[in-house]
Design a protein around this ligand. Sequence first.
Ligand code: HEC
Length: 154
Amino acid sequence: MRLFLCGLAAILTARAPKETGAPIQSVATLGEVMHDMVIPNAEVVWDSVGTIYTAQGVDEIRPKNNEEWIRVEQSATALTESANLLMMDGRAKDKDKWYRRSIALREAGAAVHKAAKARNADAVFETGGQLFEACQGCHFEYRYTIDPSTFRSH
Ligand code: HEC
């Protein structure tokens, strides 16, 4: 009987699915995640704060009202979570450096979000720089090794 139970346990274990996570699956291509999620939301962040020097003087660009601040928060959320999408099977180019580069994007996105939530324009500017470095870090490692003539112009 004991032997039988052991055998049964072994069969049940063998039949158990290896992964117990949610049935997530990557659908969009890496290029689509870049163009449709990462790039447009990064542009919202970068365009939200800045300084323009003109002949007439200095123009400070800042979110002007709550709605504009919320727009920056939304984009930061999308960027933060898109980093998780980059790490999904089917998109991740490896499980080591690619993960680290994606985590850098996730952390930069979360930092922008925190700055926007605090309504701190200087901090959005600074974390926007961190965001740019996260993009470039991964591109220097992975993207510029691809033939540039195959890039879609943007
Ligand atoms: C973890 C890696 C990684 C991160 C982080 C990343 N990218 Fe990319 N990106 C890539 C790769 C790889 C490609 C080339 C994709 C391809 O050709 O399929 C690419 C392509 C691009 C392209 C060119 C697309 C084209 O078709 O010409 C742009 C623009 C771009 N990324 C913007 C960004 C911006 C902006 C950020 C940060 C907010 C960012 N990326 C963060 C890996 C990354």
